[in-house]
Design a protein around this ligand. Sequence first.
Ligand code: 2HA
Ligand code: ZN
Length: 253
Amino acid sequence: MKSILENRPALAAEVDKVAETAGYLWQKGWAERNGGNITVNITEHVDDAIRAMEPVSGRFPIGTTLPRLKGCYFFCKGTNKRMRDLARRPMENGSVIRILDDCASYEIIADKAVKPTSELASHLAMHNQMIASGNGYKAALHTHPIDVLTNLLWSMIPETRAFCPKGLGIVPYKMPSSVELAEATIAQLREYDVVMWEKHGVCAVGPDIFEAFDQVDVLSKSAQIYLTARSMGFEPAGTTQEQMDELKRAFNL
Ligand code: 2HA
Ligand code: ZN
């Protein structure tokens, strides 16, 4: 069977970036078993031939109605699939879905009938909001980092300020995969690009999947510095407010 990626280098490049990121998540220990999920809005790469493609699945409800997603297409990690497998064989461990005109259901169009991530409602709600905000963001990432990420840790390395300038939002515990989790997540996303799902993991959004990953990565690095300092018996002071302000002026943050 012909892959949807064949003769579509721009689309193939986006899927390659997802596969590369999936490998990082596994190497970092942030993706045990089927943990974590990735979705990328690929609508800009969709041509008439893709629009004409017959589904390889039935229709499934999203669980919520997302008016901005009419006619949108997403590459999604498959539910119950492993990040480490997505890294090597993205089209066997993920699929392309089409949002239907009711904005409340989707069908799978390629390559195989791999059912998308269990956190689809949260992911699609985030994409819906990113479109509404006009920020041009195309990627959403959910992962299970080892470090405890909190706002305090944000000040540990100056780069965190530069590369994750908005800091971290906190979403109180909600059932995984629930619409309540989706709603609480998008409320935090109005202010932040990275949110912590209490007792679960983090979610990050960005223009592409690399940028979403980088934000979690810098926060995690900050957390490691903090925890290493604590384990050596001192409380790190972090960047002072003065130093932060200086950075802000110098780099226009
Ligand atoms: O996809 O991480 O939150 C597995 C999960 C669910
Ligand atoms: Zn999870």
